[in-house]
Design a binder for this molecule. Structure first.
Ligand code: IMO
Ligand code: MG
Length: 427
């Protein structure tokens, strides 16, 4: 039986997971999102067009392929309807998608509360995307959430009125403006009518398709360092972004997973607050930001830029159980004379090779670097590893050596075609 393939981010998100998922999905039957919500921003380019996806999986562009939002996802019906409308305007009618009846719904009150909780934190704020992700996962774990099955049921109005009354009290307590109940009820009932046809029990669906031998690709959102358990807590998102989130978020058991592809950006970026040891700000970081357009797809915020961090990559490989790497945005480094990779930190006068647990310790970590010579040749047309200039090959080999994991994919440009694959996935 072909085992499932998983694509995960190894850093702080925005590694290029959308591009890898789109690429690998050409050989998959089903693409599944298993965690997160529309805090994600995955961009895909082909045939001269660029598409930004937030909640819809990156396998959507081919009708032969099914796409699934698993039970571990938090689902905002408003953004979903907006996204399907935008795709329709670009010529893609969304019919190849299922939504889990067990996924939790993000309502407006969770967006409002996301903003108010951030304000309450003041200078300690997380820097969230304000998409209501944290408050919705909080409701889920506190057992007071509303799931998709409830949302599309005939009981919805009663359930929602009770919930909104409580949430409005909380909003008022924090100094916010209460949500208009009648208007909101009407709006969500209309949205439920649009969402209902997409809803099924995706747990049975995915397992039955797996039994038939269908190839399933899981698309992670965010990255390992944003994982609520493994990341730079509390500056993280509220879900398990790593490989272990797949089973909880889809109902596909761990033994059915064969490959876990770690997506590595050739340098580092981070949006939102929190420690970032290899961060730097000079003309090179400025060059990287502008060349790669390192601005959030979801929030448009400028991303913070840093050198590649080997301490983080080793950790990411370990906690994800990665079986291969996908190196992204290598072309962005073209023309930079010397490239740095962090291999350890100094913390309070001591060299360390492991990530500290406490955020305050993270903040004090100073990076120790090795320096590799850069390359100046245009690599965007390279179609194999052999075609890369020597210094680019060495840079890629170094990443693989640090991780102890083989490189399966290299991306040398934004377009689908600017990619080469060194490994046979879904064999
Ligand atoms: P993709 O899938 C980068 C960050 C936010 C913030 C923290 C918590 O495109 O890689 P949240 O709204 O999730 O509660 O915010 O996580 N964050 C991301 N950063 N890429 C993402 O997704 C992100 N999703 C959330 O900036 O620091
Ligand atoms: Mg993104």
């Amino acid at each position: 039986m072909t085992k499932a393939v998983v694509v995960v981010g190894t850093q702080w998100g925005d590694e290029g997971k959308g591009k890898v998922t789109d690429y690998l999905s050409q050989n998959a039957d089903i693409v599944v999102r298993y965690q997160g919500g529309d805090n994600a921003g995955h961009s895909i380019e082909f045939d001269g067009n660029r598409y930004a996806l937030h909640i819809i999986p990156s396998g959507i562009f081919d009708k032969k392929r099914m796409n699934v939002l698993g039970n571990g996802v938090v689902f905002n019906p408003k953004s979903f309807v907006k996204e399907i409308k935008e795709l329709r305007e670009k010529g893609f009618e969304i019919t190849n998608l299922y939504i889990s009846n067990r996924a939790h719904v993000i309502f407006d009150y969770n967006l409002v509360l996301d903003g108010l909780y951030e304000e309450e934190l003041g200078k300690n704020k997380i820097g969230t995307t304000k998409k209501g992700i944290g408050p919705t996962y909080t409701d889920k774990v506190a057992r007071r959430g509303i799931r998709v099955a409830d949302f599309v049921s005939s009981d919805f109005e009663t359930i929602y009125r009770d919930k909104l009354e409580l949430k409005n009290k909380e909003i008022l307590r924090l100094g916010g403006e209460a949500i208009d109940v009648e208007k909101s009820v009407k709006e969500y009932k209309e949205l439920a009518d649009i969402v209902r046809p997409f809803v099924i029990d995706t747990i049975y669906y995915l397992n039955s398709e797996y039994q038939k031998g269908k190839k399933i690709l899981f698309e992670g959102a965010q990255g390992a360092l944003l994982d609520v358990d493994f990341g730079t807590y509390p500056f993280v998102t509220s879900s398990n972004t790593t490989g272990s989130g797949v089973s909880n978020g889809s109902g596909i058991g761990p033994t059915k997973i064969g490959e876990i592809v770690g997506v590595v950006k050739a340098y580092s970026t981070r949006v939102g607050s929190g420690a970032f040891p290899t961060e730097f700000e000079d003309e090179i970081s400025h060059y990287i930001r502008e060349t790669a357009h390192e601005y959030g797809v979801t929030t448009k915020r400028p991303r913070r830029i840093g050198w590649l961090d080997g301490v983080i990559l080793r950790y990411s490989c370990m906690i994800n159980g990665l079986t291969s790497l996908s190196i992204m945005l290598l072309d962005i480094l073209t023309g930079i004379k010397e490239l740095k990779i962090c291999t350890s930190y100094n913390l309070d006068g001591k060299e360390i090779f492991e990530l500290p647990a406490r955020s305050s310790e993270w903040e004090r970590c100073q990076p120790n670097y090795i320096t590799l010579p850069g390359w100046s040749e245009d690599i965007t047309k390279c179609q194999s590893f052999d075609e890369l200039p020597l210094n680019a090959k060495n840079y890629v080999k170094k990443i693989s050596e640090i991780c102890g994991v083989e490189v399966g994919i290299v991306s040398v440009g934004a377009d689908r075609k600017s990619t080469f694959v060194l490994k046979d996935y879904f064999k």
